[in-house]
Design a protein around this ligand. Structure first.
Ligand code: UDP
Length: 471
């Protein structure tokens, strides 16, 4: 990690405002940590919905922003509905956001301001999630520049920007008949790998993506949580595609969790650390870690198949069964007889310290839904993966894991215990799994090189900090 930048400028303040979902909060808080490590002061804006816990981050200031998410939308917790409701509420009555932003811009603290001899209002810029167009509009009216943190891949942002073209050319909406048609403009993706499914609500998707595109194009810069080691070509293409917008910055500065570690602090669920002691007792590379992120869900029948597939694989496993993993169930029950069947070999927990688990020497494979953070975390530790994508960008992430990096494979089709057993064995045993593991180790080293002091991600962070200090 680079050291802090000394001097008066080092106390400039950055504001950060994550979208309040785990997969968006984590990278923003990692970015905040990385900026703080380089000498910047940070204020975190957060909503009451999925509120952060300020006491866990004494190094940051916190300001709450009224989110206006109706109680029923908050209770259902569907990300697309929360994004649309939050933007609509903030656009209908921007006064609350304006007051919160104005207060955050001023929240430098007397001591700091005296040290800097700066007037109140020392915030240099605001980092926002790409889904927060309504916040960007208020910031613009206050004269505060915004930078966008993209919490997905560069390939994913290319897809978002290409949305109108994908419609014009008839790739979207997807039909059952064209799911395996390649999209030549976005190799190696096929229609099936785009962030839609035949059951998506296309009007909502259209609105959300149009907003992200506008937020990106209106921003002073975009930081993508990716690495040149993973997506050099995609970054290059994006630079070409966004060149006309005159963006001063388009940076691959990830994986951000490797630049700062704040996962426990920003976790919305309490992490069960007992699994680390359990992993300590297992031989190196023996355990499959299975986790499907913070939002993916399955039907009760699929859940049974996953349980028995893991049991039948014969391999040790650590499985995260979080509340609401099974559709329609707030608290999930394991099937009768399961615990006896896997005694001493399987551990089930509600929520894991995932980055620590993946870094543990006992973990030899990762069954993931393929959220971008999970993908980066698996890649960052050189752990080969089984991908079972559920929604949004997870299908394209699986394509990269399997066909671009060769560090895992997608488990397609019906979730059935025999197919799951075979997939686990394919990853954990035999030649093919060993090859994926070898490639995963090579990729980990390439990603780690980008994080060295002269590596591309550190250079990107240097550019970012210099830019902030120039504002
Ligand atoms: N995560 C965790 N503990 C768990 C499962 C997930 O801390 O038991 C974290 C994981 O490390 C990742 C985030 O939750 O940073 C999930 O983000 P991702 O983009 O992978 O998926 P999403 O939840 O957005 O679908």
């Amino acid at each position: 990690m680079a050291g802090g930048i000394p001097g008066r400028e080092a106390r400039r303040r950055a504001l950060v405002f994550p979208l309040p979902f785990q997969g968006h909060i984590d990278p923003m808080m990692h970015l905040a940590g990385a900026l703080h490590a380089r000498g910047l002061a940070v204020t975190v804006l957060h909503t009451r919905f999925n509120a952060l816990r300020p006491a866990r981050h004494p190094e940051f200031r916190f300001v709450e922003v009224p989110d206006g998410v109706p109680a029923d939308v908050a209770a259902a917790g569907r990300i697309i509905d929360v994004i649309l409701a939050m933007n609509a509420a903030m656009e209908a009555s921007p006064a609350g956001v304006r007051a919160a932003l104005a207060s955050a811009m001023l929240a430098g603290g007397e001591e700091e301001q005296e040290a800097e001899r700066r007037p109140r209002g020392a915030a240099a810029c605001l980092f926002i999630d790409g889904n927060l167009l309504a916040v960007q509009r208020v910031a613009a009216a206050l004269g505060l520049p915004t930078l966008v943190l993209r919490t997905g891949s560069a390939a994913c942002l290319r897809c978002f920007l290409a949305y109108p073209m994908l419609h014009e050319k008839g790739f979207l909406p997807p039909q059952e008949s064209n799911l395996y048609t390649p999209v030549p403009e976005l190799p190696p993706l096929r229609v099936k790998d785009l962030f839609f499914s035949p059951v998506s609500n296309h009007e909502k998707v259209r609105e959300v993506l149009a907003r992200i595109t506008e937020t990106v194009r209106n921003s002073s810069g975009v930081v993508i949580n990716t690495s040149e080691a993973l997506e050099a070509a995609e970054m290059e293409q994006l630079r070409g595609e966004l060149a006309g917008d005159g963006l001063p910055l388009l940076l691959a500065a990830g994986p951000l969790h490797k630049l700062s570690s704040r996962s426990a602090g920003s976790s919305l669920l309490d992490q069960d650390r007992s699994c680390i002691a359990w992993l300590d007792t297992r031989p190196p590379g023996s355990v499959l870690y299975a986790s499907f992120g913070s939002l993916a869900a399955m039907d009760p029948g699929e859940f049974l198949e996953v349980a028995w597939g893991l049991a039948d694989s014969g391999h040790p496993f650590l499985w995260v069964v979080r509340p609401k993993l099974v559709r329609g169930c707030d608290s999930v029950q394991l099937p009768d007889g399961f615990e006896d069947a896997v005694k001493g070999r399987g551990m089930v927990i509600r929520w894991a310290p995932q980055q620590e688990v993946l870094a543990h020497r006992a973990v030899g494979g990762f069954w993931t839904h393929g959220g971008w953070n999970s993908t980066l975390e698996g890649v960052g530790e050189g752990v080969p993966m089984i991908c079972r994508p559920d929604a949004v960008d997870q299908m394209m992430n699986a394509r990269y894991v399997q066909d671009v990096w060769g560090v895992g494979f997608e488990l397609e089709g019906e979730l059935e215990r025999g197919r799951i057993r075979d997939a686990v064995r394919r990853l954990m045993e035999g030649e093919e799994g060993a090859e994926m593991r070898e490639r995963a180790k090579v990729l980990r080293r390439k990603v780690a090189d980008c994080l060295e002091s002269s590596g591309s991600s550190q250079i990107a962070m240097d550019k970012l900090v210099s830019y902030i200090l120039s504002l």
